[in-house]
Write a protein that binds this ligand. Sequence first.
Ligand SMILES: [Zn+2]
Length: 361
Amino acid sequence: MTGVAAIANDGEHPGLSRSKSMRTLSLVADRKIELVDVAPPAAPAAGEVQIGIKAIGLNHIDVWGWRGMAFAKRKLPLVVGVEAAGEIVAVGPGVTTSKVGDRVVAYGALTCATCKACREGRDNLCENVASIMGFHVDGFARDLINMPARLVVPIPAGVGFRDAACAPVAFGTVQHMLFDNAKLEPGETILVQAGGSGIGTTAIKMAKAIGCTVITTVGDDEKAAKAKALGADHVINYRTDRFEGVVRKLTGKKGVDVAFEHVGPDTFNGSLLCLKRGGRLVTCGSTSGQSTTINLFQLYLQQYRIFGSFGCSIRNIRESLAKMAGGLLPVIDTEVPLADFERGLNRLESRQVFGKIIVMF
Ligand SMILES: [Zn+2]
C-alpha cells in the first residue's frame, strides 16, 4: 500500500498529518539518492493545498542536479523531482480554487506572484523567483507535499497521471519554445534536434499537429524508425550523415524556418547553418557542454533570431494539458517505481531513451 493510500484510509482527515511517516527520495551526495521515511507535512496553511504525488517526469535538469553542479546554490539532502502530477488530499483555509480529490499538476518554480512579469502571466520571467523545486529546494519525490494553491493546474478528464506528469516541464517547455518564442506557424519547416528525447518527441508531435514539415536528428536507426512513426517527415541519423548537408538538400538549399535546439556545442552552429535567412533558433538546453563560438557575420547577415528559453508559464501548462486531452499524448519510454529513480536517471543520462521516463508512486 502506498503512503498516500495508507493516509487516505486513516480517518476523517485524509491527507493530514496522522500517518507517522511518508516516503521521500533525497539526494544526499553527488550521484547518491536514498529512499527514506520522514514525517509527513503539517496540514496545509492558508492558501495552500496538500497533494498526494502519483507520478514524476524525469528531465535533464534532474540529471544535472544528480551529477552535481558547482554553480547551483543548494543544500543537501534535497528531495528530488522537478515535475509531478497528483491528487489533492487536503486544502488549507481560504482556498477556493481547488478541492479534495482534484487531480492536478504543479508549477515547480516558486514565483512571487506580484512582480510585473508574474502579473502579466510570464511566470518564468519572475523577477523574484525564489527557487526551482527539486533542484534548488526540496522537490516532488515524496508521498505528500504542501504547495501554494495558485501554483496548481487541474488535469482534464481523460488524461492520466502518468501523461499529465509530463506537462509542467516537458510539454510546457516545448509549448513555450515553439509558440511563444519561435512563433512556429502552420506550414513551416522545423529542424528538431535529438528527436528521440522527451522534449524532442514532444516537439515533433506538436509541430506535426499544426501541419509543419518536420526534419529531425537521432543517434541510431531504431530511433529513426520510431521518429518516423511519430510523424517526422525526414529523419537523419547524425552518426552516419552530416545533418547540415542533408537539411540543405531536403529544403532545396533554402534552409528551415525554425531550429529546435537543446543539444548545445555539438550541434548549435550546425543548427544555425540549417536556418533560412531570417530563421529562428530556439534553445532550452545544452547537454553536450556549456560554450561555443558563433560567427557574428553570419548572425547578422543572415538575420537569424536566437531565443533562449527556460521553463514556461502556467498558461503553457494549461495549453499542454488541453493538447493531451485532445489526444496529443507524450511518448513514454519507461515507467519505473519510486525506488528505481536512479535507474531512470542512468537511463536518461545514457541517451538510450525514446520519449519520457516516468517514476510512478
Ligand atoms: Zn514574480
